[in-house]
Design a protein around this ligand. Structure first.
Ligand code: AMP
Ligand code: ZN
Length: 141
């Protein structure tokens, strides 16, 4: 992809502070972190979203991301980490080359996901199952 900034980082045309690289994935520091140590793990091939990433690559992304999370915990005095992937603009994806965020977290880091909890109309007794049935009708693994 000609104008993809993450492809340019992979090709060495844009600078990045790299943490890990192999034949399938690249991990580097996020330039605008939620917390210090925030990193990104990306597939070396251009995939806009997560759904087209082959299983061996997505598996490697997850493995590398968890190892970076643990290393950040041990060396930067964090208590845990979030792994986060936004698939699609509506989900908050800004850079359209799929990437897995590793966000180191501390008990008192004063960051809160803007999480909400909607309720099923009947406390989930039937409506949740109906929705699950719809998902299952298209779920092929
Ligand atoms: P998202 O909103 O999930 O698409 O996240 C894109 C992330 O890429 C943001 O956290 C940015 O700070 C990060 N980012 C954008 N450009 C660069 C860059 N050149 N080097 C490192 N991180 C970047
Ligand atoms: Zn790309």
């Amino acid at each position: 992809m000609e104008d993809c900034i993450f492809c340019k980082i992979i090709k060495g045309e844009l600078p990045a502070v790299k943490l890990y690289e192999d034949d399938l994935v690249l991990a580097f520091m996020d330039i605008s972190p939620i917390n210090y140590g925030h990193a990104l793990v990306i597939p070396k091939d251009h995939h806009t979203g997560a759904t087209s990433i082959p299983e061996d690559v997505s598996g490697r992304m997850f493995k590398v991301a968890t190892k970076i999370g643990v290393a950040a915990k041990r060396t930067l005095d964090y208590d845990g980490f979030n792994l986060h992937l936004s698939d699609g603009t509506c989900a908050g994806q800004v850079v359209m080359h799929a990437h897995l965020h590793v966000v180191p977290r501390g008990v008192e880091d004063n960051f809160h996901w803007n999480w909400r909890h909607v309720e099923y109309s009947d406390n989930g007794e039937e409506s949740m199952c109906e929705i699950a049935e719809k998902i299952l009708s298209k779920l092929k693994i």
